[in-house]
Design a protein. Sequence first.
Length: 743
Amino acid sequence: MIPSLALSFFAAAALLAGFGRRLRRTAVWLALAPSVAAAATLLAHAPRVLDGEPVRESISWVPSLGVSLEFSLDGAALAMGLVVSLVGAAILAYTVWYQRDPIPLLGRLNLFAGAMFGLTVSDNLFGLFVFWELTTIVSYSLIAYDDRSPDARKAGVHALFVTALGGLVMLVGFVVLGTEAGTYRISEIAAAPPSGPAVTAALALVLAGVLTKSAQVPFHGWLPAAMAAPTPASAFLHAATMVKAGVFLAIRLAPVAMGNDVWQGVLLTAGIATMAVGGWAALRERDLKRILAYGTVAQLGLLTVLAASEATVAASVALLLAHAGFKAALFMVVGSIDKATGTRDIRELGGLRRTLPGTWVVAVAAAASMAGIPLTLGFVAKEAALDALLAASPAIAAAVAAGAVLTVAYTTRILGVFWGPERTAPSSSPAPGMTAAAALLAAAGVAFGIAPGPVEALSGSAARAAGAAAVALPAWPGPKPALWLSLGSLAAGWLAALLPIGPRRGTAAASAAFDATVDGVLGFARRATAVLQNGSLPVYLAVILATVVAVPGAALVTAAASPAGLVPAESWLQAAVGAAAAAAAVGLLALRNRLGAILLLGVVGYGMAGLFALQGAPDLALTQVLVETVTLVVFALVLGRLPERFDRPARPAVGAPIRVALALAVGVFVTGAMLSAAAGRADAPVSEAYLERSLDEGYGRNVVNVILTDFRALDTFGEIAVVATAAIGVAGLAAGIRGRSER
């Protein structure tokens, strides 16, 4: 059931890509169907999940290795799954009216929804990683949706690079964590959390994925840049779902990580810094969409702070739900304003409450929840968070309250476009469907603020699944310290909005740092390529051989074993043949005549054939003789088109001392490796089994022939086919050359 829901999103995306334009209006229902089905299924299972009975399913992936895909619908997965499906359905409906040609965007949004839904319900670390990286890839296609825009392509690469790199580091942490736990199933790891230094290292690696995906400082720069995406994609990815994947993972791993000082310290530090950086940057922006982007960064910092403490996990889930609703609604409001007026600059907008009254009402309701005005879900969640933090850590509560001041300030500036004199008159009114989609989410924020019971049950179930305690979410908490702190933040935020804070000038530091990093890496790559890939075959060979000597050679020196009873030669004839081959090899280095060098090279090869014959391998010796003979013939044919003597380069690419030293090092390495391999044999050689089986199974005394024709018959057939193909090619080339010479 659960896997089929994820697959339905992918199926809808495929159908939209292949037949969307033919289906026309039906395509809209096809795009909405997976989200509606997922929401209905999740709501149907909600009573069971809220009672503490997760729904678990498994699909065998690689049966021979015992690998399977596990899925679990617990409290945390239910909360995030409802965000993906319900908020996603509203955004998909909004897309139909917002986009001139909505079919391609609807397909990509469904593909992303499927990846996000799979990430949400995955109960296997590897399965979660697959969906995690799939969201990264699909988000790139959405951010860079306008492939003609250099800014969109650059923003897509920025997001892809940062989040994919964090995900790869996280994968290493998953491997270590699963190895220490003895299982890669998340529910089993949570039931019996492992501990120790290796687990701490694993959690530190997992933090790379958490921080990059949720745009925490210093990795936050990709999120504001991603505003190059169409507004529906921004509402879905960067407000409601993908950016919360890191927070969601922190909640899922809470049973393992909650008592870990490294985990909590990093999340608290990064979260507080992100709140401050994002909130201040939002105040300095003048583009409505970028204000919301930096506001999202700031509130992701708050969510990260809340996910770091066991006392605030439930409040974190409640705020996650609230943020998904009000921020997605505000993104849709900004899209409506942009469509109607052609601008998002707050300096060019004013008086929109008179010309866009429906949009104004939606904006006020959503902004009230974002600012934490009483009787909204944002207020309820924030009060629960402040109340828990005041009891656990007043210093962190003060930091959260300071962040709330910035939130109220930039929220006030957003709403400022609806007041004052009219500056840019709308050329059209937003489509009713656009306003209705945003209104549903904004209304939910108000409704659940007045009656937060369902959110309380959902956040409590998610907290219990994470090993934390549920908290009460009253609509009105009464005169408590958290309330006075919250009201003080509201007043201070309204005053801060009146301050003359200048706009940002130049590129944001995070984006500039990313650009500098990319330019530095590319510059180093160009310089390294100029040295290592300079078109010189001697240089290439020297680099390869030096690597062989340095890497496996170092291991050979430290772990080599010499064979016992080593005999230089078993007879005087072996010694003589070996000495002749060695002398020919040394003499080859001194010759400048090509023909003489080829003949001496043949002597070396024939010497090897002689050693094979003396060792009792006549078939191998015959093969070597044939190979050497063919090689000599080919070389002799080529010599007719080459100079008689080798030319000495005026400035060789690799100097003679380096060549001599490298040649000696490679020779010593190969010799040592052969001797060490012979000495390190622990089992009987496979040749003994071939000797025993050749008579019984192959009915032959010539072991080599039996191996080639019986034991390795298919390999031999393939080799013959390769040789035959090469022979046909050579014959064709020779015929072509002969034909040209005759003409």
